[in-house]
Design a protein around this ligand. Structure first.
Ligand code: MG
Length: 289
C-alpha cells in the first residue's frame, strides 16, 4: 500500500495511492496516526493525483530525523581526504549516526530552500528513508524489519561548509529549514524488497548518483539493530539510511546546488521527488517556512 498526505478543504488527510490509475483515495485519518497504529478505515472519495498536491507524508515528528552516514562503500571511498579533519582511520565497524532537525522536512514537490548568505556549498544526497511502525529497544537484527512500517524517498541536502565550520559535528550542516524533501508517499514494508532498491539523483537532467541498496555497508536491519541498542525507537521515527557515491562535494570539479536547479530523487518502486532549489531568506528572522 502507498500512503500519501494531501490537504483537501483545509484538512490534512491520508490517502491510498493507486499508481496505475493515478488516483488517491482519501482516508478520514492522517498518515502520522496510521504509522502509530491508528485505524486506517475505509477509503472514501477518490481524486486524480494530478488534482492534488502531495505533501510530506509525515508531519508529526517524535524527534529529529535519525540519519546514517557513509553507508555505501563507494561513497565512503570518494570522500577520502575530503572530510576536513573528520577522517576515520578505516571503514567503521559500526554505522555512523547523526540527526537532522524536523524543520528541514518539505514535501515531494516543494522548493528546496537556498540562501547563499548561509552557505556556498549546498549538496544533494539521494537516500532511502524508513519509518518505524513498532516501538522497540535493543531490537535483534533478525527481527528488525518487523519494526519497519514502510519506506520512502528522501534527499539529505547538506551544507558542506557548515558541516565543517562548527567543529567536528554534522548537525548544523544537516538541519537548515526547508531543505529535506520526503515522500512522495510511504510504501508499506509488505510491498518492498529492501535487498535491491535503485537509488538515483539527477540535477537539471544529469544523472549524478545511481546505486543499489545491495551496495550498503550496513543493511536496513543492521541499522535498526545498532540504532535501537539501548535506545528506544518509536513508531513514527524516521531513519535515513545513507547516500551512495556521486555527491557534489566529491566530484571533480565539484558541483553545488544553485537557485533554479531541479533536483529529482528516485528510488525504484518507491517513487520520485521533484524539487526546485529556490532562493529563500533564511538569514531573516522567522520560524520554519
Ligand atoms: Mg546523508
Amino acid at each position: 500500500m502507498k500512503l500519501a498526505s494531501v490537504t483537501v478543504g483545509g484538512v490534512r488527510r491520508a490517502g491510498v495511492v493507486d499508481s496505475a490509475e493515478e488516483t488517491v483515495a482519501l482516508l478520514s485519518t492522517t498518515v502520522d496516526d496510521v504509522v502509530r497504529g491508528g485505524p486506517a478505515g475505509e477509503p472514501g472519495e477518490v481524486l486524480p493525483l494530478a488534482e492534488v498536491r502531495l505533501e510530506s507524508p509525515l508531519r508529526r515528528f517524535n524527534r529529529d530525523v535519525l540519519c546514517t552516514g557513509w553507508n555505501y562503500l563507494d561513497h565512503f571511498e570518494e570522500l577520502k581526504g575530503r572530510r576536513g579533519g573528520q577522517e576515520p582511520a578505516s571503514l567503521p565497524e559500526r554505522p555512523t549516526f547523526f540527526t537532522k532537525g524536523p524543520d528541514t522536512v518539505i514535501g515531494p514537490f516543494d522548493d528546496i530552500s537556498y540562501d547563499p548568505s548561509l552557505s556556498q556549498k549546498w549538496d544533494y544526497e539521494a537516500e532511502i528513508a524508513l519509518v518505524i511502525g513498532r516501538d522497540g529497544r535493543s531490537i535483534p537484527e533478525e527481527k528488525a524489519l518487523d519494526h519497519v512500517f514502510g519506506f520512502l524517498v528522501a534527499n539529505d541536502v547538506s551544507q558542506r561548509d557548515l558541516q565543517r565550520a562548527h567543529g567536528g559535528q554534522w548537525l548544523k550542516g544537516k538541519s537548515i529549514d526547508g531543505t529535506m524533501p520526503l515522500g512522495p508517499w510511504i510504501t508499506t514494508a509488505d510491498s518492498v524488497d529492501p535487498a535491491d532498491l535503485r537509488v538515483r539523483c539527477e540535477v537539471n537532467g544529469v544523472l549524478l548518483q545511481d546505486a543499489s541498496s545491495a551496495q550498503m555497508a550496513f543493511s536496513f536491519a543492521r541499522i535498526i539493530a545498532e540504532l535501537s541498542s539501548g535506545m528506544t525507537l518509536r513508531a513514527g521515527d524516521v531513519v535515513l539510511t545513507g547516500t551512495p557515491s556521486g555527491v557534489g562535494n566529491a566530484r571533480e570539479p565539484q558541483v553545488f546546488l544553485r537557485d533554479g536547479d531541479l533536483v529529482v530523487t528516485r528510488v525504484s518502486g518507491l517513487g520520485e521527488l521533484r524539487n526546485t532549489v529556490t532562493l529563500t531568506d533564511l538569514a531573516g528572522e522567522g520560524r520554519g517556512r
